[in-house]
Design a protein around this ligand. Structure first.
Ligand code: ZN
Length: 279
């Protein structure tokens, strides 16, 4: 396992973790903390414009792990796939413009008024496949993010590492997986599926850190800081690194009631401390 006693060079901060900051403020905060990894959300990019965001990120030597996020292929069913793809193509161009390693895909849940979960999964797979030639040409990997099954109806019908591995096997080069502790920690097949992903070079593309609080008061916006919850983070990090993961440890904490109310500098400082001591 990698030594995390001085974690700055191994860490990325997802801008959703410091939602209280603009992109410029977030970059300044990270530079001050000695961190060069960042995963910006599209709304933060849109606020300052893609060209300015690209200058800001490049000018400060930031390593952009992924642009968050695109996908949502399924919401209007197959009839809406073309429109969803238009938006995804724009997101891919943005990702390329800011030098992002990947575009993170949350694939979408059930179409409106539908109970056809298997059909939704087919549409999602079609959408990813349709986006793939553009992604390969742009040099931006599509990072499939399995989401916790509690989001299957409204956010993502891609819910397990096994599903993500199966999709990657089918689609080939240009797709990989973003492993987010919040979404996969409960999965009894997690160790096996991480090891399986590790057998395909580059497939384990991103590793999102947070913790699962007990009780969780909001299933979207009450993620915990590492160490404050029940996820055995060192164990899962061990599985990732045994499978060959060498990428950044990306802190992604949606926390409307706690961390978003604190100064961004404090959030980043505590995240670094926790990575060094509990991850
Ligand atoms: Zn994530």
């Amino acid at each position: 396992m990698r030594d995390l006693s001085r974690p700055q060079s191994l860490v990325a901060i997802n801008t959703a973790t410091v939602k209280q900051l603009t992109l410029r403020e977030a970059v300044e905060c990270l530079v001050a903390a000695g961190i060069t990894g960042i995963a910006p959300w599209r709304d933060r990019i849109a606020e300052c414009g893609v060209a300015e965001a690209a200058r800001l990120l490049r000018g400060n030597g930031m390593r952009v792990t992924g642009l968050c996020r695109a996908g949502f292929f399924t919401g209007e069913g197959r009839a809406g796939l073309a429109a969803a793809l238009d938006e995804n193509h724009r997101a891919l161009d943005e990702a390329a413009a800011i030098g992002a390693q990947s575009l993170v895909l949350v694939v979408g849940g059930l179409p409106a008024h539908s109970r056809d979960l298997a059909g939704a999964r087919e549409i999602a797979a079609e959408g990813i496949a349709a986006l793939l030639p553009h992604a390969r040409q742009a040099g931006v990997t599509l990072a499939l993010e399995p989401l916790h099954p509690m989001y299957a109806a409204d956010r993502a019908c891609l819910n397990t590492m096994k599903q993500a591995n199966d999709l990657c096997d089918t689609l080939g080069a240009g797709v990989a997986i973003a492993v987010d502790l919040y979404h996969v920690w409960w999965d009894p097949d997690l160790e096996r599926e991480i090891a399986r992903a590790g057998r395909s070079p580059g497939r384990l593309l991103a590793f999102h850190l947070c913790d699962w609080l007990v009780p969780t008061t909001d299933l979207l916006l009450d993620r915990g800081m590492m160490g404050d919850g029940v996820i055995d983070i060192p164990r899962i990090r061990g599985w990732m690194e045994a499978a060959g993961y060498e990428g950044l440890l990306e802190v992604e904490i949606f926390s409307a009631g706690n961390w978003w109310r604190r100064p961004g500098e404090e959030v980043v400082r505590v995240a670094l401390e926790r990575i060094a001591t509990v991850c």
